[in-house]
Write a protein of this length. Structure first.
Length: 322
């Protein structure tokens, strides 16, 4: 992993440890160098299908990638689980559109998730706004107190996520709030976002917390979480006392998305999270209390697996073979 990627996922672990009542001591103290954790078993889905009632899938990097690209074996996994009558959920950090559209896009690739089975990081923004999370107090005039505006960095369709929450994407928001859902920022956009975030009381909303993502050709690229961390660090300046802006993260590995998943499943369900990323999918499953299966060779190259696990001090329950 890139050093920035390690920093980001360690930061996530620290934030979850501070904010959630779950006992994460096992993760925080895991010493893989001394083999304190058992080496995960390499398995095929058929070997473990009867151990679980519900299966949660990450989307990009696990089942599919950009366009119409589908990973080998992914449709076979999905079909086998549907035929077995298992509960299925698409648990994704995508914030490029609303859940119904994300489900339709998955369906077009051959994975017939319903909107109800789709739980995205972007969809969590609505509850955050409803519950009072938000726009720095006193930053709006009384006449504009119901107005919510952000400077938005992301794919154009991401404004649909904002609109569902009554938020407008504007060039110069009344309150110093920046929302990021992808790494699609020009140098000019980045500079403008930093200027906004250096204002006192600024807020950064990270709608997609993925730091790095795999490409179809096998390479990996920094994405929304990496861009957001750079923004967060660059927000500290003399004007705000060299304190980074307040930052809110949505999606895996943070607890809110897992609460949504759990509330959508029958009580007592045995759940397996299948994903391609240690810092969000595997650690997130630990936060949820779920077992996890890592698909190696996507966001975690096989050659980097041991060093990445050691850097983050986490391991999945299984390594899932295609």
């Amino acid at each position: 992993m890139d050093s920035l990627e390690v920093d980001i996922y360690r930061r996530y672990q620290s934030l979850v440890g501070m904010s959630c009542a779950l006992d994460l001591q096992r993760c925080a103290t895991l010493d893989l160098q001394k083999s304190a954790a058992p080496v995960p078993q390499k398995v095929f889905l058929s070997q473990i299908i009867n151990r679980y009632d519900a299966f949660c899938f990450d989307g990009y990097g696990t089942l599919y990638n950009r366009g119409t690209f589908v990973y080998p074996g992914a449709k076979e996994w999905f079909s086998a689980l549907r035929e077995a009558g298992k509960q299925l959920r698409l648990v994704t950090n995508a914030a490029s559109n609303v859940d119904a559209v994300l489900a339709a896009e998955a369906c077009a690739r051959g994975f017939d998730f319903t909107a109800e089975e789709t739980i995205s990081s972007g969809s969590l923004l609505k509850a955050y706004v409803r519950d009072g999370g938000y726009w720095p107090e006193g930053s709006l005039s009384e006449s504009a107190s119901s107005c919510r505006e952000v400077y938005y960095i992301g794919r154009p369709t991401g404004v649909n996520v904002l609109a569902e929450c009554g938020i407008s994407a504007v060039e110069n928001p009344l309150s110093p709030v920046v929302a990021v859902s992808s790494s699609t920022a020009t140098d000019a956009m980045y500079s403008h976002a930093v200027q906004i975030l250096q204002r006192p009381g600024a807020m950064l909303l990270v709608l997609n917390s993925d730091a790095w993502a795999p490409n179809i050709d096998g390479t990996r690229s920094p994405v929304s979480g990496a861009l957001s961390e750079r923004l967060r660090r660059d927000s500290a300046c003399e004007r705000n006392g060299f304190v980074c802006c307040k930052t809110e993260y949505f999606g895996k590995p943070f607890p809110a998305i897992w609460e949504r998943v759990k509330s959508s499943l029958p009580n007592g369900s045995r759940v397996l999270m299948i994903g391609d990323t240690l810092g969000t999918d595997v650690f997130g499953a630990m936060v949820a209390g779920f077992d996890s299966a890592l698909v190696v060779g996507r966001n975690v190259p096989a050659a980097d697996l041991e060093s990445d696990e050691r850097a983050l001090k986490i391991r999945p329950t299984y390594y899932l073979e295609p």
